[in-house]
Write a protein that binds this ligand. Structure first.
Ligand SMILES: CC(C)(COP(=O)(O)OP(=O)(O)OC[C@H]1O[C@@H](n2cnc3c(N)ncnc32)[C@H](O)[C@@H]1OP(=O)(O)O)[C@@H](O)C(=O)NCCC(=O)NCCS
Length: 206
């Protein structure tokens, strides 16, 4: 059985709207990430040098393959409509087990957006994409991200030496926590959180 593929998805929560990222988003994303050590120190990415580099990356919001598809979403703060960060959901080479990666511009932290985005994407993955589990890797010391994952129902599985990265990591340790989320853990957390999936949750499968 092949994993279902998304043609489109727009997930609207109370705080955040999640939608396919587009090349035109590069101009809004760039100032949130370029040279922003408070964000970049926790990512396995140096960040973009130019807006054009980002628009190239955003030319395809979905990278389909027979062996799982990667998706790249933009996060818009719902109250202002401003683009506030990005969210990746990756299945390539591990269909049915999605790996998540996300960041928000510092100005948008601590408003609950990261937690809601994780809840909505987990719902999408389990309910529509047939995911059996989700995983995330977090640098040791990234307490905010650990907390967000744990609030979504992820469990800390083990520590691993990080992939070789050429980062000026002023704060990040070189060890990462591996987190995993099962459907049953997510369902339990979701039921307790009162998260309702609004009618504006629009998903089209290929
Ligand atoms: C990780 C990130 C997405 C979190 O998003 P957010 O919208 O700020 O998260 P939320 O507001 O939903 O929740 C943050 C939680 O972390 C807690 N937190 C924040 N900083 C913390 C710290 N230094 N120590 C402990 N807990 C912390 C908050 O109190 C909150 O928990 P609570 O609701 O129980 O009080 C955001 O901080 C970010 O983009 N960081 C930089 C990039 C990054 O780390 N990406 C993830 C890589 S794995």
């Amino acid at each position: 059985m092949n994993q279902p593929t998304l043609e489109y998805a727009r997930l609207e929560g109370e705080l955040v709207v999640i939608r396919p990222i587009r090349p035109a988003d590069a101009a809004a994303v760039f100032p949130l990430i370029h040279g922003q050590r408070s964000v970049l120190d926790w990512l396995v990415w140096q960040g973009p040098e130019t807006v054009y580099e980002l628009s190239d990356i955003y030319a395809h919001w979905a990278t389909p393959s027979d062996n799982g598809t990667n998706y790249h979403f933009a996060l818009d703060e719902k109250s202002s409509g401003e683009l506030c960060g990005t969210f990746a959901l990756r299945f390539l080479d591990h269909p049915f087990v999605g790996d998540v990666g996300y960041w928000l511009g510092e100005h948008f932290w601590s408003r609950g957006i990261g937690t809601e985005a994780n809840m909505l994407v987990a719902y999408l993955a389990f309910e529509h994409l047939g995911a059996t589990a989700l995983t995330a890797e977090v640098f040791v010391g990234n307490e905010a991200s650990c907390r967000v994952l744990e609030k979504t129902g992820y469990r800390r599985e083990r520590a691993v030496r990080t992939r070789p990265v050429q980062l000026e990591q002023s704060r990040a340790d070189k060890t990462e926590w591996v987190y995993a989320l099962t459907r049953s853990d997510f369902d339990r957390v979701r039921a307790g959180s009162g998260l309702t999936i609004p009618e504006t949750f629009e998903v089209r499968l290929d």
